[in-house]
Design a binder for this molecule. Structure first.
Ligand SMILES: Nc1ncnc2c1ncn2[C@@H]1O[C@H](COP(=O)(O)OP(=O)(O)OP(=O)(O)O)[C@@H](O)[C@H]1O
Ligand SMILES: O=C(O)c1ccc[n+]([C@@H]2O[C@H](COP(=O)([O-])O)[C@@H](O)[C@H]2O)c1
Length: 215
């Protein structure tokens, strides 16, 4: 697969090019089929070595929202990506205490994969808020962003973000009107969610009685 312009698969010392690593973080409360489509598109289009799915331990910007237990969210990610080549669940953020800062994870990944570019996979809603993330300028200098416009539109930076240097690869994800919020509401209302999360995650939600009392 050709390397898209902007992704630098830098030459390793002796072993040839080092493929970029995809970092896909989320609350995943629960994970759903739009997450899967976004990660697959990034994996295929950007020639990534792998995509690490990283459930946030404490999604500090969702402080007012009830977030289900980290191990449940990790288990649902495992169900969603079962059998998908190139995808791996990475539980480091749910094992870490304190607010989940992506910059900390990126620094760890850089140390674990010397020379590999870290591609941060996000949707438009997070791109628009990225200047509010912990250590935003440092983070933007450390990663390449792969961004899907959430409404089927090209990604748009906020005014503040437009003023901060960053590298971005737009991902042409078709509009997918699926959100975890909508899924939690459907479960609470007793409606089926298989078509939004797949049968394995739906079965997990049902078996563990998740989201039955929360919006
Ligand atoms: N339908 C979608 N299309 C494109 N990107 C999406 C979509 N849903 C989520 N994402 C992206 O996936 C990442 C993780 O999202 P998250 O776990 O917060 O799911 P969510 O559906 O946005 O959740 P919630 O409804 O609880 O806010 C974020 O970068 C988000 O922008
Ligand atoms: O590092 C931060 O300060 C930061 C602030 C907000 C969101 N994030 C990360 O962005 C990802 C998507 O977040 P969310 O809230 O849409 O699930 C997830 O990995 C969060 O940890 C990270």
């Amino acid at each position: 697969m050709t390397q898209p312009e902007g992704l630098s698969a830098e030459a390793g010392l002796e072993d040839g090019p080092v493929q970029p690593i995809g970092l896909f973080g989320g609350s995943f409360n629960p994970p759903h089929l739009a997450h899967l489509a976004l990660a697959r598109l990034a994996f295929e289009q950007l020639g990534l070595a792998k995509v690490l799915w990283v459930p946030a331990g404490q999604p500090w910007q969702k402080a007012g929202q009830e977030v289900s237990h980290g191990p449940h969210r990790a288990a649902m990610v495992a169900e969603l990506i079962a059998g998908e080549p190139g995808f791996a669940l990475d539980e480091r953020e749910i094992q870490r205490s304190g607010p989940s800062y992506t910059l900390v994870t990126v620094r760890q990944l850089q140390a674990e994969h010397p020379g590999a570019e870290i591609v941060l996979i996000i949707g438009q809603d997070q791109y628009a808020r990225l200047h509010t993330w912990h250590g935003a300028a440092e983070l933007l200098a450390a990663v390449t962003l792969a961004v899907a416009g959430r409404e089927g539109q090209a990604p748009e930076p906020s005014e503040v973000l437009a003023g901060l240097p960053h590298r971005i690869m737009p991902l042409p994800l078709p509009r997918l009107d699926i959100s975890s919020t909508q899924i939690r509401a459907r479960v609470k209302a007793g409606e089926p969610v298989d078509s939004l999360v797949g049968t394995r995650v739906a079965r997990y939600i049902d078996h563990h009685h998740l989201y039955q009392g929360t919006p």
